[in-house]
Design a protein. Structure first.
Ligand code: NDP
Length: 292
């Protein structure tokens, strides 16, 4: 068997096109331009790339992009003051503080200073609570993108057995909540899980969000399962820099029913969902119907 490739790039292009069309309508009919503010503190190279891509795609969707780049030594109080300004700015509908923050800052404090209605990353404790209790929330972009691809591939997820490997607040836990919301039977595995391979083999849907290159191997996958690879790992192979996921793509493709590649899977969907969340935040702020 060779797994069907779930083309995240194509899904993401579709989401971005739908967002752009809605943004254009908002402009024409209401004179409203959704705005996303992205705050980057310091010079982490991967973060710089992400922030640049987010700015480009925000503008391409017809939204306003406000980029704030602060030096690594910025005082926490100054960052909090900027967030307060953005919270009060009616042109800004979404605020994203790029993580990780420098070590002298308390990331929880900073994230919880964002107005929950503008928290397009869905990391504010209010949004975490809303998601956990099945209420309308801002949903973290990476798991939301995974869910959208899973729904499109499977139709209903009801009753399927899902295993999420990884329990971070930004991927693993919200992913598990979303799958539970779609009536999967959910297991969250992590570094202390006993016999991870056996746990994973029980999964109809296997989501890997670990940060370990190619650790999910074919023997850990139920034949026909859908495998979503969230991992982004930079490795060197044959003297070349390469990007690989948490899943051994070649091996697992021979067993799984469907699989997301890296790159071109979950990554592009993450930014597309950020744009979708910003549009949703803008519609809510203006009392307008939300996009589908
Ligand atoms: P974290 O480091 O915060 O969490 C990793 C999780 O994996 C932890 O829960 C950890 O367990 C678990 N883990 C580590 N080693 C093992 C192991 N040997 N067996 C089982 N579980 C293990 O990572 P993130 O959730 O932030 O990110 C995960 C991956 O996803 C990374 O590669 C990251 O780059 C990528 N990512 C990709 C995004 C995208 O847009 N595609 C967005 C965000 C992240 P424990 O809690 O016990 O330590």
């Amino acid at each position: 068997m060779t797994a069907q490739v779930i083309d995240g790039k194509a899904f993401a292009a579709d989401v971005r096109a739908r967002v752009a069309a809605h943004v254009a309508r908002l402009g024409e009919e209401q004179g409203i331009v959704p705005g996303l503010a992205v705050v980057l503190v310091g010079e982490d190279p991967a973060s710089q790339v992400y922030v640049r891509n987010k700015g480009v795609q925000t503008r391409e969707a017809g939204m306003a992009s406000f980029e704030h780049k602060l030096p690594a030594e910025t005082a926490e109080a100054d960052l909090l003051a900027l967030i307060a300004e953005l919270n009060a700015d009616p042109k800004v509908h979404g605020i994203l503080v790029q993580l990780p923050l420098p070590a002298h800052m308390n990331a929880d404090l900073v994230i919880n200073a964002i107005d929950p209605a503008k928290d397009v990353d869905g990391f504010h404790i209010s949004n975490v609570g809303l998601l956990g209790t099945g209420q309308k929330a801002m949903v973290p972009c990476t798991p939301l993108g995974c869910l959208m691809m899973l729904r499109a591939h499977h139709g209903s997820l009801s009753g399927l057995s899902a295993v999420v490997v990884g329990r971070s607040n930004i991927v693993g836990k919200p992913m598990a909540q979303l799958l539970l919301g779609d009536s999967c039977t959910v297991t969250i595995a992590h570094s202390r899980t006993r016999d991870l391979a056996a746990v994973c083999r029980g999964a109809d849907i296997l989501v890997a969000a670990v940060g370990r290159p190619e650790m999910i191997t074919a023997d850990m996958v139920k034949p026909g399962a859908t495998v979503i690879d969230v991992g982004i790992n930079r490795i060197e192979r044959d003297g070349k820099a390469r990007l690989v996921g948490d899943v051994d793509y070649a091996g697992v493709s021979a067993v799984a029913g469907a699989i997301t590649p890296v790159p071109g899977g979950v990554g592009p969907m993450t930014i597309a969902c950020l744009l979708a969340n910003t549009l949703t935040a803008c519609c809510r702020a203006n009392g307008l119907p939300e996009p589908e």
